[in-house]
Design a protein around this ligand. Sequence first.
Ligand code: TXA
Ligand code: MG
Length: 331
Amino acid sequence: MRPIKKDISKKIKTAANIIKKGGVVVFPTETVYGIGANVFNERACKKIFEIKKRPSENPLIVHISDESMLDDITKKIPSAANKLIKRFWPGPLTLIFRKKKKIPDVVTSGLDTVAVRMPSDKIALELIKMSGTPIAAPSANVFGFVSATEFNHVKEDFSKESDIDFTLPGGRTKHGLESTIIDVTKKIPLILRFGAVTVEDIEKTLGMKISVKVGAKKILAPGMYERHYSPQTSLYVFDNFDSMTEFILKCGSGKIGVLINKKYLKIFERFKNGEFYFRTYSTLDELSRKLYSCFRRFDAEKVDSIVAMKVADRGIGRTINDRLCRAGSVL
Ligand code: TXA
Ligand code: MG
C-alpha cells in the first residue's frame, strides 16, 4: 500500500470538503482512477454522468472505507459475500447487493441492486473517511475509452473547463485493471466482470465453482458492453504469433504499434515493411499494470493500427484477454 505523504493529506482534506459540499472529485484507487461524489447527493452523482458522457443506464460503484458503511447501503449481507469481504476487502473486488431505498436511483440506474467496494489505496480510503459518506465513482475516463491508471491520463481526458472540482494525484495505480465484479444476490455467486482479483482466488475462497456471465451477447447488467476500454486507434487482437505476423506482412507499410512479450521482439528484426512502435512486457502482472498506458501511448504516437496477442487464459490473463477483446477486434 502506498503511504500517504504530508502534502497529500492537505489535498485530501480539501477534496473531502468538496465532496461534502456536493462537488465532484477525481481520486486514485489501486485499480484505476475514479471520479466520485457523495452517493446520497443526486445532483452531484448526475454530474458524473455528464462529465464522463456516460449513458444513464450504466450504474456506478459505491466506494466505502469501513464495513459499517454497508448499513446505509444494503439490508442483508449473504454468507458468500462475508467470506469474500473477509478475504479481499480492502481491495479490487466489487460486490453487488440488494440496495436500500435511500441510495438514489441515479446511482444504480434504477436497479434494485447496488455495486460496492472498499478500495485498498490509502488516499482513496482517507478521502472516503474524511468525507464521512460512501462515494459513488465510476472510472475517471471518457465513457467507452481507456481507463486512467496515471494522474496524467486524467488530465488528457478532461480539460480544465470540465466540471471536475478537484483532482487528487496518486501516481501510477497498483493493479492497472479494474476491480472484479461479483453478484452475490444469486444463490451461486455470478462474476459480471473479470478484474484484478482472479476467478481462481475467488473460487478457492468460496470453496466452490462460481458462474461467469462476462461478455455474454445479451447485456445481463448495464455496463457489460461488448465494446469498451478502447484506444482511439484501431486495435487488432490475435490468438497466436503466426496470425499476428501474417496480418503485419499483409498490412504493407504504415506505423504499427506492437504490444508484445519481450521474447518475440527479436523475430521482428526480420520484418522490413512498416514502421514499428514496440511496447513490451515480461510477465502478465507487468502487462496488466501497463496495458492502458500502452494504449494511450500508441494513440499519442498516432500509429495507424495497434496489434496485440492474447495471453494464456487463466489467472490475471483472463482479465487481460477480456480487456483486449473488448477494446479491439479479434482477428
Ligand atoms: O476498479 C474499479 O471498479 C473502478 C474504480 C474507480 O473503483 N471503477 C470502475 O467503475 O471500473 P466503472 O463505472 O467503470 O465500472 C463499473 C461497472 C459497470 O460496468 C457497471 O455496469 C457495473 O459496475 N455495475 C454497477 N452497479 C451494478 C449493478 N447494480 N449491477 C450490475 N452491474 C453494476
Ligand atoms: Mg469504466
